[in-house]
Each structure stands twice: as structure tokens, then as C-alpha cells.
Design a protein around this ligand. Structure first.
Ligand SMILES: Cc1cc2nc3c(=O)[nH]c(=O)nc-3n(C[C@H](O)[C@H](O)[C@H](O)COP(=O)(O)O)c2cc1C
Ligand code: SF4
Ligand code: SF4
Length: 272
């Protein structure tokens, strides 16, 4: 019998948090048990190993980055979450291009970590790079679909014997190579956000928002550490002072806006 639901998510701009919370809350309601949420986004939240017993149902959530799990966070998903035959639900979000192989990778990582995935879903959500891509999603309709998904997964989670969960994608596939408007690979690995100091009030809010702890608290315009382009600082700055001006990055965003505005469907998979 499941006695607790635990939702755990990496979410730089809030979509994955919303989806994971919705799925976890509905599972807890269906199973009549308490829910706990763990935000796995800040560096400090990813230092300790979290172990889960077999009577907890875990909902693990991640965004899609370059068609897979965010590569800098992957090692933490692999080493910091330990199951003991723990039932799990895998959810990914994606910004209206494609979730490609992210859900398959999450299912694979959970299985290797001692979890027993019973369901998986991919939700089209506002792209971190542009409001023109799935802007306004997750919508009320998406959240209702997340609840229906949870209803189905709740029934499966209580079953002892289930076939292995099969989802779309290949966990071993390479990363998606972002393209520019010219169709060539857009190389923006080294791009970092700039700060408009005419707008910045030095409030410091962007510093703890950075999931890789890369913004200098003494000088927020300086990003000495790596930047994973997550947009947490850009979207989280109350003064809209943060922006990217890297030409290759902007060309990729323009390419996405030219080709991927038609609304994408969510996808659902069950171990049955
Ligand atoms: C670095 C980066 C790479 C991304 N790559 C993809 C992708 O390959 N396919 C896609 O559809 N969306 C992609 N997205 C969009 C995110 O998956 C989407 O906005 C997600 O919902 C963000 O989750 P969050 O709000 O929880 O941070 C990418 C976003 C970022 C920041
Ligand atoms: S959140 Fe914005 S206004 Fe505040 S310190 Fe950071 S860049 Fe400046
Ligand atoms: S500096 Fe880069 S990694 Fe840090 S919050 Fe901003 S976009 Fe994300």
C-alpha cells in the first residue's frame, strides 16, 4: 500500500514545478495519502542523497534540454535519487519543439536508481527561450490532462506486478543539435546573460535563482561559472534587466519561432 506521494522536480522557469505538483497532488488525492514536494533546482538541494521506501510513490519531473535531461543536472538525477523498488511516475516538459528522448532518459535513470516506473508523460509548456512557443501552457486543459494521467497512474502504482514501462524515445540517443535560421548548428555553448545596469536595482534576486550558482553575488552582471541557458535569471528578474545578445543563440530562438509555433500534443505512457 502506498502511504505517501513525493514530487521532486528540477524547474528553472516554473513549468516542470507546476506539472509535477499537479500530478503529485492528484495522485495523493486518489490514493488518500499525504504529499510532499522536493524542489531539486537549487545547487544546495542537490547535494544529499534522497532515499525512498517502496511504499512511497515518487513523481520525478524534469524539463527537456536539447532533447534529453539537462546534461549538467543528469548526474544528480543519477546519483542523488535512490529507490528501493519504489513506484515512480516520470514527467518531462518541453517547449513545443519535441521532447525527443528526455522521457526515455528519465525512465531509464529512475529504473537504474532502483525505482519502478508505472507511468510517464511529456507536457508541452512555454519554451524558456520564447513566449511564442507554447505561450500560456501549461493551460487549464493541460493541467486537467495531468490529473487524468495521475488517476490512471494511481491505479497502476498499487499493483505489485507490472510490465516494464515503455515510452517514446531512446535513452541512449545523442543530444539534439540546435540550429540557426540558416539551418546550420548554432554554437552558443559559451553564451551567458548580460545585465542592463540602467535597469538593475542590485536587488540580488537573480543570484539564488541560478540553478548552477553561477551569478556573482558581489556583481550580478558577472557570471563566472557555467551557464546552462535555463533563463531562470532572465525570467526571474523583476526589472527585466537580464538578456542574451549572443547572435547564435538569438538565431536559434528565431529558427524555433519560425518552425515550432503550431501547438504540440502532450504524450502519456503506462506500464500495462
Ligand atoms: C537550454 C534549454 C534547452 C531546451 N531544449 C528543448 C528541446 O530540445 N525541445 C523542446 O521542445 N524544448 C526545449 N526547451 C524548452 C524547455 O524544455 C521548456 O521550456 C520547459 O518547460 C522548461 O521547464 P521549466 O519551466 O521547469 O524550467 C529547452 C529549454 C532550455 C532552457
Ligand atoms: S534580479 Fe535583476 S534587478 Fe535584481 S540584481 Fe538581478 S539583474 Fe539586478
Ligand atoms: S546565469 Fe545562465 S544558468 Fe544561471 S540562471 Fe541565468 S541563464 Fe540560468
Amino acid at each position: 500500500m502506498i502511504t505517501k506521494v513525493c514530487g521532486i522536480y528540477f524547474s528553472a522557469t516554473g513549468n516542470t514545478k507546476k506539472i509535477t505538483e499537479t500530478v503529485a497532488a492528484q495522485l495523493a488525492k486518489d490514493l488518500g495519502c499525504p504529499m510532499e514536494l522536493k524542489d531539486f533546482t537549487a545547487p544546495a538541494a542537490r547535494t544529499e542523497v534522497k532515499e525512498f521506501p517502496a511504499d512511497t510513490l515518487v513523481v520525478a519531473g524534469s524539463p527537456t534540454y536539447a532533447g534529453k535531461l539537462p546534461n549538467k543536472i543528469l548526474p544528480d538525477f543519477q546519483t542523488k535519487l535512490k529507490g528501493n523498488g519504489t513506484p515512480a511516475v516520470a514527467v518531462v516538459t518541453f517547449g513545443n519543439r519535441s521532447f525527443d528522448n528526455s522521457l526515455a532518459e528519465l525512465v531509464s535513470v529512475l529504473t537504474a536508481g532502483g525505482f519502478r516506473p508505472v507511468g510517464g508523460a511529456a507536457f508541452a509548456c512555454r519554451h524558456a527561450f520564447s513566449d511564442l512557443l507554447a505561450g500560456g501552457r501549461p493551460s487549464a486543459e493541460d493541467l486537467a490532462a495531468a490529473e487524468v494521467f495521475a488517476d490512471h497512474a494511481a491505479a497502476l502504482a498499487e499493483k505489485a506486478e507490472l510490465p516494464a514501462l515503455s515510452v517514446a524515445g531512446d535513452a541512449a540517443a545523442p543530444y539534439y543539435v540546435p540550429k540557426g535560421t540558416d539551418g546550420q548548428p548554432a554554437k552558443f555553448l559559451k553564451a551567458k546573460p548580460l545585465t542592463d545596469m540602467a535597469k538593475c536595482t542590485k536587488c540580488g534576486k537573480c543570484v539564488p535563482l541560478c540553478p548552477v550558482g553561477s551569478i556573482d553575488p558581489q556583481d550580478v552582471s558577472s557570471v563566472p561559472g557555467i551557464c546552462i541557458k535555463c533563463q531562470a535569471c532572465v525570467r526571474g528578474c523583476p526589472e527585466h534587466a537580464k538578456y542574451f545578445d549572443d547572435a547564435a543563440f538569438l538565431s536559434h530562438v528565431a529558427m524555433l519561432e519560425q518552425n515550432f509555433t503550431a501547438p504540440k500534443e502532450n504524450a502519456f505512457f503506462y506500464a500495462e
